[in-house]
Write a protein that binds this ligand. Sequence first.
Ligand code: ZN
Length: 181
Amino acid sequence: MLFDARIIRSQRRTVAVEITATGRVVVRAPMGLSEQDIAAFLEYRRPWIEKHLACRLPPLSPFTEEELASLLQKAREDLPRRVAHFAPLAGVGVNRVTVRCQRTRWGSCSAKGNVNLNCLLMLCPESVRDYVVVHELCHRREMNHSPRFWAEVERVLPDYRVSRQWLKTKGRTVIGRLDRG
Ligand SMILES: [Zn+2]
């Protein structure tokens, strides 16, 4: 799930989602509704949720061409170094590392071992950069988000949950600046 939702259960019969004034996603659900059903409901309501979360982004100035070029340059020095550091720790090989500015994802990894990373990671804390690198490297072992995949991530970065949470709650404010450009 992309967003972090607070679930409040009560005697109600239907499930509903709302976004609080502080931008928190709240799901109100009947007592007996399973986590899976709630996840499916959130998936179904995702377009609505994303649209409303986007409206609540703090006003940020869009990047200038110069800012983006400088970010890209820094990222092309920093991120491949992190990949080289973590690949042996994850016990995987890497084919090619590509760094680009992207509005849709922080990173990806192909079956052939080509790792693609977003230059906007340079605006995230270092621990978050490490997490995204390790996440993509662990896809060399598991091309999914199964418990086995997360166990691999945790083995390399025991504190990865903090970074994952940071991306969920703050990542949008970084990536959102591209849309305003
Ligand atoms: Zn993934």
